[in-house]
Design a protein around this ligand. Structure first.
Ligand code: SAM
Length: 363
């Protein structure tokens, strides 16, 4: 296979597989796009499987899981991560899924990632099940921190939302993460009308008392059932109004950069590190931050997605398994990112939800 086969720009007017003109791409080793953004934050999905069945994410019976042979092996994941770090300027790696703790080789993948130079920052987004047993090993492997998803502190609600009675396991996992220094431990919460939208102040009070950093995420059109409705989601404005019934919040003046969370200082509270405590709101729908997006994504079957909402993907697995060199894989990844759209387009009249649901992309 040649570079031309990969769609790498060689002549004016060259186009990649999805028809994007790549001829104007500058000679830049990094993951630049046509709008001047540079992707340095890599989200790697390690599986599309999950051991919870959150009602807003996947059906009770689960989904048609990816056949094992289609998923990248541990060595293949590590190779792509290495290319990202060594050749493309990736500086942060977040392992996600599906549920990344279901991946047996997670500790080995983390260890190989943490051994790269320059050493990237490493984190895991998890539902926390089993973290109580894995936190120590993950910390020893070089994991820097965790984001744990938790939508409620009430056991009955937890069972209703996730279709599993496992709240205590999540709480134990969170304690273990803190004990083993996986700081800052962040909590990701999605609020949904009639399910848990009254719980924001309780969740913040609890997170502050425990020294965790709460981030509340607007629900996005990424559910497997395609049932998301704009007028049924809890907006950032509503989230903040609810939090302010109990807490004084002021916008954090710290530089936000490419961070998805808009942070607010919670007056009178101190965080785990002794600095003023903050709460984050991730308003992907009502206050999109695409202009500062610095993310690139790899699915568990080795497809590059240049946006959570992308409608097309670029196949790195075929290159990997077809004998592609590191340089060829890096070139294909650059092309994939060059075609990133300026925004996710949720508000466009013609918006179409991506075929893969959140659990198969990697949240
Ligand atoms: N299993 C891991 C976990 O629970 O964190 C990682 C994957 S999960 C898909 C990642 C995050 O996506 C979770 O915090 C989950 O609540 C969130 N999520 C799932 N569907 C969502 C949606 N439609 N909108 C916003 N967030 C969503």
């Amino acid at each position: 296979m040649t570079l031309l086969d990969l769609g790498v720009p060689a002549v004016p007017g060259a186009r990649d597989a999805s028809g994007v003109d790549t001829s104007a791409r500058p000679d830049d080793a990094r993951l630049v796009d046509a709008f001047g953004r540079v992707a340095t934050d890599l989200r790697v999905s390690l599986t599309d499987r999950c051991n919870l069945r959150c009602t807003y994410c996947m059906p009770a019976e689960g989904l048609d899981w990816m056949p094992t042979e289609e998923a990248l092996t541990d060595d293949e994941v590590v190779r792509l991560v290495r290319i990202g770090v060594e050749q493309l300027g990736v500086r942060e790696i977040r392992f996600t899924g599906g549920e990344p703790l279901l991946r047996r080789g997670l500790e080995d993948i983390v260890a190989a990632t943490a051994a790269l130079a320059p050493r990237p920052e490493t984190s895991v987004t998890t539902n926390g099940l089993g973290l109580v047993r894995r936190a120590r090993g993950l910390a020893e492997a070089g994991l820097d921190r965790v984001n744990v998803s938790l939508d409620t502190l009430r056991r009955d609600r937890f069972a209703e939302i996730t279709r599993r009675d496992r709240l205590d396991d999540v709480l134990a996992g969170l304690h273990a993460a803190r004990e083993h220094g996986l700081d800052p431990v962040k909590i990701n919460t999605v609020l949904m009308p009639g399910l848990n939208d009254d719980e924001a102040p309780d969740l913040l009070g609890w997170a502050l008392a425990e020294g965790y950093e709460l981030r509340i995420i607007e629900q996005m059109p990424l559910d497997a059932g395609h049932s998301w409705q704009r007028d049924r989601m809890i907006t950032a404005e509503q989230i903040l109004a609810s939090l302010r019934t109990r807490f004084d919040l002021r916008p954090d003046q710290a530089e936000r950069g490419g961070a998805p969370a808009e942070r607010f200082v919670v007056e009178g509270w101190t965080g785990h590190d002794g600095a003023p405590a903050t709460v984050g709101v991730i308003a992907s729908v009502t206050r999109p931050f695409c202009g500062n997006c610095d993310r690139t994504r790899l699915t568990a079957d080795g497809q590059v997605r240049n946006c959570l909402f992308a409608r097309s993907e670029n196949d790195l697995r075929a290159l990997l398994r077809g004998g592609g060199t590191d340089a060829e894989i890096a070139a294909a990844w650059r092309v994939a990112m060059w075609g990133k759209k300026p925004g996710h387009g949720i508000d466009d009249p013609g918006f179409l939800q991506p075929d893969r649901p959140m659990s198969a992309i990697g949240g």
